[in-house]
Design a protein around this ligand. Sequence first.
Ligand code: CFM
Length: 545
Amino acid sequence: MATTKKKMVQWDPAHVKAELLAKYPTKVARKRSKQIMINEALENETPEITANVRTTPGIITMRGCTYAGCKGVIMGPTRDIVNIVHGPIGCSFYAWLTRRNQTDAGTDGENYMNYCFSTDMQDSDIIFGGEKKLAQAIQEAYDLFHPRSIAVFATCPVGLIGDDIHTVTKKMKEKFGDCNVYAFSCEGYKGVSQSAGHHIANNQVFRHIVGENDEEKPGKYKINLLGEYNIGGDGFEIDRIFKKCGITNIATFSGNSTYDQFASAHKADLNAVMCHRSINYVADMLETKYGIPWIKVNFIGADATAKSLRKIAQYFGDQEFIDQVEAVIAEEMPKVLEARADVRTRTEGKTAMMFVGGSRAHHYKELFNEMGMKVISAGYEFGHRDDYEGRQVIPDLKVDADSRNIEELVVEQDEKRFNPRKSAQEIKALEDAGYEFKKYDGMAPDMDKDTLIIDDLNQYEAEKMVELMKPDIFCAGIKEKYSIQKLGVPMKQLHSYDSGGPYAGFEGAINFYHEIDRLVNSKVWSYMKAPWQNNPQLSASYGCE
Ligand code: CFM
């Protein structure tokens, strides 16, 4: 039976906002109201949004916990560090290979990605303390694998009972002598979201690993790629392009990475930042301590990829390198443009919504633009104001009890290894030519006027938005997937990519075009009716009758 439901193509953002808030008690509505912004997209004058604040208890948030951000997001993709979770087994199990961060297993045999290491805390450990058990677990991992590094992650009960994981790891490091052992106080409750976990993880990587290997690395154009996690093989595609261009990627933080990559990161001459949210402070620290400048890049979208490659080439400034980058773009683009022209005949004018993490809800707009699709609403789960409004707001960010909870490392110039890669004049010459260092304008200026930007969207609001705005596709994560599909709208996971990817770079763009084309042009979800929608009256009789 054909569906007779009419699409609501016109909606008023003020009406949608009012509808979203209508069900809440006054106090909650007041708070949520500040996190729901009708975009004005005024040049250089983005309205303020409330972000990085606690979710109101009772609301079913899309967010994850601090432990997830530390163990899963930042440290998860590195293959040769044994990651031991100190806590109940569930915390390990749910972080075990669920993020689809891929790795090249390497030839040295050091790949611990498939393993799930846990101290498996029991009631008695909670009562009597778990430090001895942790020391035993570290010893056991060392004896079995002899890894170059062991990392320990605290889960909620560890903080509550006060196990001193840092003293345990320090003692074990001294005992072994040939294995770097350190810990992360990343209890799930430590911050308002996984964003706090990123910060805790990156601080410790910077403190315990970066700068450990001073060996010279070969390569003429050496960069680090910060904030790329190789989901669905994105990092493989980016590395393929880098190689063709002659770019040496010293370290990716942290997709497809190794311990040695982090240890050598101070040997690069430029830091290229993909995911601003999860790592921008590391870029700042690398600049202060070692003199490596940083730029914002984006390899999501073919046009964005070309732009980012040109930006890297312009930084180094060699004509030969610039020509090589242009040759690679010229070689890669025709097949992208061919695929784009084909899908556009079917995707032009379709609408999308994106509610993902802290950077993808912005980056993926590039790909939708390339397909002629319009993003009518977007938001981050845990972005901060600078990810919405641009880095210029950083000095005005409110420091509250939650943000104060997260350590800010104080970094100084490394006496021996600080080496400004560009002189002040060189930097100025580049800037005078329009080159932008440490610049990120955030999501809002990129969104159309009168679209809705919503921070920390929840289950209720997601369903209401779909009902009111009827997008052709909704992008979020596994927790939202099935409830959205049940509303008759296709749903694409932009965290794990479902089973797809890569979507980065040139090949990735083609993959994305094809997949979104299939999704928005398939009617399958619109035929979806729950039994009670077709037959609202159920009748039954007792078995004994
Ligand atoms: Fe950065 Fe990420 Fe993201 Fe993120 Fe993430 Fe992720 Fe993400 Mo899921 S680091 S903020 S904590 S780009 S796991 S690879 S997809 S929420 S938008």
